[in-house]
Design a protein around this ligand. Structure first.
Ligand SMILES: Nc1nc2c(ncn2[C@@H]2O[C@H](COP(=O)(O)OP(=O)(O)OP(=O)(O)O)[C@@H](O)[C@H]2O)c(=O)[nH]1
Ligand SMILES: [Zn+2]
Length: 222
């Protein structure tokens, strides 16, 4: 996937969409608990619904595999930011920009439960605290492994860093390809969605924002 092929720095603000708090998920609770066995039975029904024979050899374990895959793909509901960061926040005087870019993510859109995937680029400017490098991709994974819209995924990553570090600024840009647009529906094979959420210095200072975009666009491995 190409990274930010045409987006210039100023487009970032145009692209930013901030979902209201009441649009955000409450965290995976379902009113009726469904056991894995019941879930697998439902997948057998789905196989029948699509015209398949759930008892044919190749499909016998498919309901089990799909249930296991779904558990993994939604495992982010069982995680929380505090536990994930696991105290990996360190006091440090460094006060320049930290950029972690080209973090691949795989999520599922909440409308169709089809994958969307791409790259996340994160930057922050510390204010006395830095976070362990691996924790940023872990945050991306945690929020990705839930039913999402890309806008909310973007905002949640940015806000988690803001809350954990109280930095002088945070910026998150996501470029995603949505299977619900590629393989069904409108079927636009080349379309990607770019979202951004910028806070603090990245919002207030144009030069800082430009520096981030230059760093992100410069050597993208996309
Ligand atoms: N803004 C946003 N929309 C998304 C995202 N993922 C999927 N969608 C859109 O969610 C919308 C759901 O629209 P509906 O009209 O209810 O569903 P639909 O009939 O399946 O729509 P089509 O995809 O146009 O066939 C579609 O426009 C999808 O493209 C996302 O991350 N962000
Ligand atoms: Zn969708």
């Amino acid at each position: 996937m190409s990274f930010l092929p045409t987006t210039d720095e100023e487009n970032i603000e145009d692209l930013e969409i901030r979902p209201s708090r009441d649009q955000r998920p409450t965290g995976g609770g379902s009113k009726k608990n469904v056991s894995q066995e019941e879930l697998e039975d439902k997948y057998r029904d789905i196989l029948t619904f699509v015209g398949e024979d759930p008892d044919r050899e190749g499909l016998l374990r498919t309901p089990h595999r799909v249930a296991e895959a779904l558990k993994f793909l939604t495992s982010g509901y069982k995680q929380d930011v505090e536990t994930l960061l696991n105290g990996a926040i360190f006091h440090e005087d460094y006060d320049d920009m930290v950029v972690v870019k080209d973090i691949e993510f795989y999520s599922m859109c909440e409308h169709h439960m089809l994958p969307f995937y791409g790259k996340v680029h994160v930057a922050y400017i510390p204010d006395g605290k830095i976070v362990g490098l691996s924790k940023i991709p872990r945050l991306v994974d945690m929020f990705s492994r839930r039913l999402q819209v890309q806008e909310r995924l973007t905002t949640e990553i940015a806000e988690a860093i803001e809350t954990a570090l109280s930095p002088r600024g945070v910026a998150v840009v996501i470029e995603g390809a949505h299977m619900c647009m590629l393989m069904r529906g409108v079927q636009k094979q080349a379309s990607t969605m770019v979202t951004s959420h910028v806070m603090g210095l990245f919002r207030d200072d144009r030069a800082t924002r430009q520096e981030f975009m230059a760093l992100v666009k410069g050597n993208s491995r996309a």
